[in-house]
Ligand binder design. Structure first.
Ligand code: SAH
Ligand code: SF4
Ligand code: F3S
Length: 463
């Protein structure tokens, strides 16, 4: 039976929706709460503080928050009956987009905290204890936030580091420029400091995060202006610099925008072996009129030529993408152009979505919205094609020996799960002591979501 009363100290439960930047933010919230006595709770019902770190990108994601709040209302009442309490906070992009409307619609919410203000959580909690009344904190205090995200604890051999936030692109379907604010880059020192701290705790792989990660720019350090333009480094130089940190063996970055894919970054992908051969480069559509209406700032041809250039620099690179079907005005012919682009590129993996009308974005007000059944049909066709390409890419690895960074135990005893350079999940029989090591694995088969292999190390293999 669950003991509903607060135990010694306090506990927090954080539920994360949405993108990897939210995953990073949730981890940082936990790091901020630890010094003020919060341990992680394993279920919301056991927690003194529940944080929903939310996503606003599509309607479904945003609505999930309200159904969760309905359940939390009951859990809070149960705790109150047992003499306990529960503080409920809504963080993330729904918090930013809907603000005070959230507490109006769900009065059970005690705090609404935007993604650029969550570093103030400790102060807000102190205030909450004094004055029960919904708190709204949605400043775009991103620079202040970056300054406060110092200490952090590694959780396994692979870690995210946010290097850039926000978006100035204003694609007409997207809420991100409104929920995360303008593009801001973290300084070289801050990123290097975080990477060193992680490396010292055994992290071997870092993934640099940003809504437009390749728009990252920063003043080059005084002693190293190599590759700098007007004194500034781009993401390629930052990656080369991070590659010099002892212990960091692999570097990834996501999500990139085709418009910001500069020659410096392409050259780094070709030359820096610690940069992994995997690139998530969303195109959204293969039809120029749709791309124009989306305000993407590139054509289909530009994208195809860009991929050719990247493949010339790093021939084995795995390409991944995002697609939206049924954007307003997308005709059947336009959709066929997306299929044709996919056939040309050959994706290793991809995410595809039905267009979701987001309040306040230009797309929501556009005429010629596409019927839901039509969107369903297009999504099914696109996903079938992308799935065939994914299986083809994975199957091509059978018989290859790939270096795998083992991250955690697998589902079966004696098995570990890790990642290939191409970001595929790989499972193989290996001892727990190999978590955190990069070892050669002979790929023997493909399962629906992973590759199956065996250690290619004669000594360990037999185990
Ligand atoms: N910054 C990244 C992606 C951010 S959102 C980029 O520019 O690529 C992640 C993905 O969600 C987008 O690439 C897009 O494919 C999808 N998306 C965003 N808004 C959407 C909407 N209104 N409806 C459906 N999909 C959407
Ligand atoms: Fe959204 Fe476009 Fe910005 Fe990506 S580039 S976050 S899709 S507005
Ligand atoms: Fe969602 Fe915000 Fe990320 S809207 S996708 S959580 S930036």
């Amino acid at each position: 039976m669950t003991d509903l009363r607060p135990k010694q100290g306090k506990s927090v439960f954080i539920r994360t929706y949405g993108c990897q930047m939210n995953v990073y933010d949730s981890e940082r919230m936990a790091d901020l709460l630890k010094p003020i006595g919060y341990e992680m709770a394993s279920a919301p019902d056991d927690a003194d503080l529940v944080i929903l770190n939310t996503c606003h990108i599509r309607e479904k994601a945003a609505e999930k928050v309200y159904s969760d709040l309905g359940r939390l209302k009951k859990a809070k009442a149960r705790r109150a009956e047992a003499g306990g309490d529960m503080t409920i906070a809504v963080a993330g992009c729904v918090a930013q987009a809907e603000g005070a409307e959230i507490s109006a619609r769900a009065p059970v919410v005690d705090m609404v905290i935007g993604p650029q203000a969550y570093h103030r959580l400790p102060e807000l909690l102190a205030r909450d204890a004094r004055s029960r009344g919904a708190i709204l904190e949605t400043d775009f205090a991103v620079e202040e936030k970056f300054d406060r995200l110092a200490a952090r604890e590694a959780d396994g051999p692979a870690a995210f580091i946010t290097v850039q936030e926000g978006c100035d692109k204003f694609c007409t379907f997207c809420v991100v420029p409104y929920t995360r604010g303008a593009e801001v880059s973290r300084s070289v020192d801050a990123v290097v400091g975080e990477a060193r701290m992680l490396a010292a705790q055994g992290v071997r792989e870092i993934t640099l995060l940003g809504q437009n990660v390749n728009a990252w720019a920063g003043a080059a350090p005084a002693g190293d202006k190599s590759g700098a333009k007007n004194g500034n480094w781009g993401l390629g130089e930052l990656c080369r610099h991070l590659a010099k940190i002892d212990g960091i063996e692999r570097i990834r970055f996501t999500t990139s925008h085709p418009r910001d894919m500069d020659d410096g970054l392409i050259a780094a992908l070709g030359e820096e072996q610690k940069l992994m051969p995997y690139l998530h480069l969303p195109v959204q559509s293969g039809a120029d009129d749709v791309l124009k209406a989306m305000n993407r700032g590139h054509t289909a041809d530009h994208y195809v030529r860009l991929i050719e250039k990247i493949r010339a620099a790093r021939p084995d690179i795995a390409i991944s993408g995002d697609f939206i079907v049924g954007f307003p005005g997308e005709t059947t012919e336009a959709f066929e152009e997306t299929l044709a682009l996919v056939e040309t590129i050959k994706y290793a993996s991809a995410y595809s979505f039905k267009y979701s009308r987001r309040p306040g974005t230009p797309g929501a007000a556009m005429r010629k919205q596409v019927a839901e059944v039509e969107k369903d049909d297009r999504l099914a066709r696109l996903q079938a094609l992308l799935e065939r390409q994914r299986v083809a890419f994975n199957s091509a690895q059978i018989g290859q020996i790939l270096p795998v960074l083992f991250e955690k135990p697998g589902r079966h005893p004696g098995q570990l799960i890790g990642r290939s350079p191409y970001l595929q999940s790989v499972h193989a029989k290996a001892p727990d002591s190999m978590i955190g090591s990069i070892a050669p694995v002979r790929i023997e088969g493909v399962t629906p979501n992973a590759l199956a292999g065996a250690l290619n190390d004669e000594g360990e293999d037999a185990a």
